[in-house]
Design a protein around this ligand. Structure first.
Ligand SMILES: *Cc1c(COP(=O)(O)O)cnc(C)c1O
Length: 385
């Protein structure tokens, strides 16, 4: 135990901070599928690595400490985490989601869980009254992303969680864009936090992983059962990589956030850019809520180009910033949501929620900010018609 609740220290010393057997300051990679049992019916806490593995357990305890919940679970991807959480529900149940959610979240609800009789509806969670009016007799959960993907709409998590709880609805927050270093949904009243740890938590674009955290013991028992029963667990090596990544989350995010503000200001001042969505701007509609519920605005920016800029040529002209799916790595990444991350959302829904074909999403990395700005500026100039 770290003897502190300060995040900068917990990131490094939370969970199981050392190997109890040897004192090694890193929990080893227990690359084993099974464990010798002492006698029939007596084992030393581990039977089979789908059910439990010491390296995965160190990661699960760490994310639980960081999110301020008692129980953490590690999965092979963010989608595996979400799929396991959604397996808490049954045919006849209905799930509400924020209007802007990750494309894969929409896809698994629309193409997988709907086939099992679990209905879903997209609602505007940025308006608590409108959200509450959508709660029906079968509504069992709401999935919130804040800031949401890709338009960075901010939802008042405490208000949604309060109203959901009063109606017996579980609040699930996808905290991928923020991480517990910036925002702690359980403290705001949410019931379940899920992560694509592939992004900021891993932080180096070298591991695909998912996490879930709850504080309620009953929900934790059901999730532990589902994790073992459905089997989408994270392997020991990837668990180790994630623990290693999380140690530097604080310093990385401090730099990510500083860089993002500088890049967002540059984009907003450019006559090649139509609109910039960034919750760090004082005039962003969700700025006040963001400032209240999170420690920073994050490092995700979305923006659309003016008519006088060729989008394809702009993307092709970038040298430092990589055109790629994903986000949250040390390197700056840019994507085109309507053909990449959000392509699985049908065009009419994309249009309705404001994901236009001219929208770009930028994950600002931790390179020198002047180099990121210079790359964007050069590419915008090259793409001007
Ligand atoms: C990437 C992402 C996911 C899916 O996670 P994977 O690790 O790619 O399976 C879910 N939610 C958000 C917000 C994401 O960015």
């Amino acid at each position: 135990m770290a003897g502190t609740t300060r995040d900068e220290t917990l990131l490094i010393h939370g969970g199981i901070p050392e190997d109890p057997r040897t004192g090694a300051v890193n929990v080893p990679i227990y690359q084993t599928s099974t464990y010798r049992q002492d006698e029939l019916g007596r084992h030393r806490g581990y039977e089979y690595s789908r059910t439990g593995n010491p390296t995965r357990e160190a990661l699960e305890k760490l994310i639980a400490d960081l999110e301020g919940g008692r129980f953490g679970f590690a999965f092979a991807s963010g989608m595996a985490a979400l799929t396991t959480v959604l397996s808490l529900f049954s045919a006849g149940d209905e799930i509400l989601t924020s209007a802007n959610v990750y494309g894969g979240t929409f896809r698994v609800l629309d193409k997988v869980f709907r086939n099992f009789g679990i209905a879903y509806r997209m609602v505007d969670t940025t308006d608590a009254d409108a959200f509450e009016a959508q709660i029906g007799p079968n509504t069992k959960a709401v999935i919130v992303e804040s800031p949401a993907n890709p338009l960075l709409d901010v939802t008042d998590i405490a208000e949604i969680a309060k109203r959901a709880k009063a109606r017996g609805v579980m609040t699930i927050v996808d905290n991928t864009f923020m991480t517990p270093y910036l925002q702690k949904p359980l403290e705001l009243g949410a019931d379940v936090v899920v992560h694509s740890a592939t992004k900021y938590l891993g932080g180096h674009s070298d591991v695909v992983a998912g996490l879930a955290v709850v504080d309620d013991e009953e929900t934790a028992k059901r999730l532990a059962f589902l994790q073992n029963a459905t089997g989408g667990v994270l392997g020991p090596f990837d668990s180790f990589l994630l623990i290693r990544g999380i140690k530097t989350l604080g310093v990385r995010l401090d730099r990510h956030c500083e860089n993002a503000l500088a890049v967002a200001e540059f984009l907003r001042a450019s006559d090649a850019v139509e609109i910039v969505h960034f919750p760090g701007f004082a005039d962003h509609p969700g700025h006040a809520i963001q400032a209240r519920q999170a420690r920073g605005a994050g490092a995700m920016i979305s923006f659309s180009l003016r008519e006088n800029v060729d989008l394809r040529l702009f993307l092709k002209s970038l040298r430092l910033v990589a055109l790629a799916e994903s986000l949250g790595g040390v390197e700056s990444l840019i994507c085109h949501p309507s053909t990449m991350t959000h392509a699985s959302i049908p065009e009419e829904i994309r249009k309705k929620v404001g994901i236009s074909d001219s929208l770009l999403r930028l994950s600002v990395g931790i390179e020198h900010r002047d180099d990121i700005v210079a790359d964007l500026k050069r590419a915008l100039d090259a793409a001007r018609r």
